[in-house]
Design a protein around this ligand. Sequence first.
Ligand code: ATP
Ligand code: MG
Length: 415
Amino acid sequence: MAAKLQPIRGTRDLLAEDCRAHARVEQACAEIACRYGYGEIRTPILEMTPVFARSLGCATDVVQKEMYTFEDRGGEQVTMRPENTASVARAVLSNGLLNEVPLKLYYAGPMFRYERPQKGRYRQFHQIGMELFGVPEPTGDIEIVAMGADVLDELGLMADTRLEINTLGDTESRTRYREALVAYLQQHQDALSEDSKDRLERNPMRVLDSKSEADKAIVADAPLIFDHLTDDAGSFFDSVLAGLDALGLAYEVNPRIVRGLDYYCHTAFEFITEKLGSQGTVIGGGRYDGLMEQMGGPALPGVGWAGGIERLAMLAGGGDSVERPIALVPVGETAEHKALLIAHDLRRQGHRIELGYRGNLKRRMQRANKAGASHALILGDEELTRGVAILRDLDSGEQTELSIDRVSEGLPRRG
Ligand code: ATP
Ligand code: MG
């Protein structure tokens, strides 16, 4: 016998309940996007590899270790998108949208990263996200953060999450800070994890974000970016925080929030929960003013976030259970044929109808209960000759007779 076919490690099938929970997160995102006037964008899952390699930064974990990259049949190096900001930026360039700023976009869809699978971390996962292009002012950052909070609020998750925010400054601030940070980390080089030794060479700010306990102890006394900000970068951050204060959005300034991708500057933030163990970041984002140029386009500032649908769905669940159906229960051959027509008719009128394919009264009633039906509409041959059917409330057991010709009027209306 052929070997059993398995899903690829780190990927999973979303069954009905998962799909409901995912759809709820996507709907919350679409709803908030609509309130702020953001339009949806759907970019291809496959892109030319340089779309990501050029934008995310060569020294990032995503580009170094996590990308699904392969050569297609035409010999082209292609990558399954590990995130969507670079794709959206590419789409802005490809579609000549540069002059339509401010450009307000949102998306939802699958992303692919070759990571070690664990709870809340998969190789195919899904993100919702918002991107705002063409707004260099702190107002953009404030709006984007507020939209993250609004999506969480829409999902009833405000009490389960907290906002942590940091600034990465402008280029000059980061150059100054990098020097101070590298000097400090070099003093502790021997005690750093292997990964962080490597980061120290390539991308020292990523050490701040390390999950290793040894690194965390060293990072605790590392110099802070706040002491190296230019005046402009400092006042930019102050304005963002003042905006959040004005909106009554609580936050914590956390200098360790650096974000994994190279294209960030100024604001970096995460919405974090304690309820999912170590995979606690549900939304992460920030400002990426240099991205467009890095991709070969003109300078165009941007700010945005991405949220993990799996993690948000785990927290929020599927919401109210779906509406209960009405089960049609024919008894006898004539009734069975009639039931088919009645079911068809009722479904066309918008009712949710369960009609079993076979079985006697007992089996059919069992299935009606299993389907979670609120009522059974029982069609017996005897009742049919009288032109009636019996409607039984499956919770109370109460029964009424309905005229076959006007069944729809007697059924509970859809809520
Ligand atoms: P982490 O530090 O958890 O690896 P990240 O910085 O790589 O996160 P981003 O690239 O900012 O994550 O993606 C935004 C959000 O997408 C994350 O906060 C998380 O909720 C979700 N996410 C990222 N990677 C995965 C994954 N492999 N599986 C499930 N969700 C993910
Ligand atoms: Mg990651």
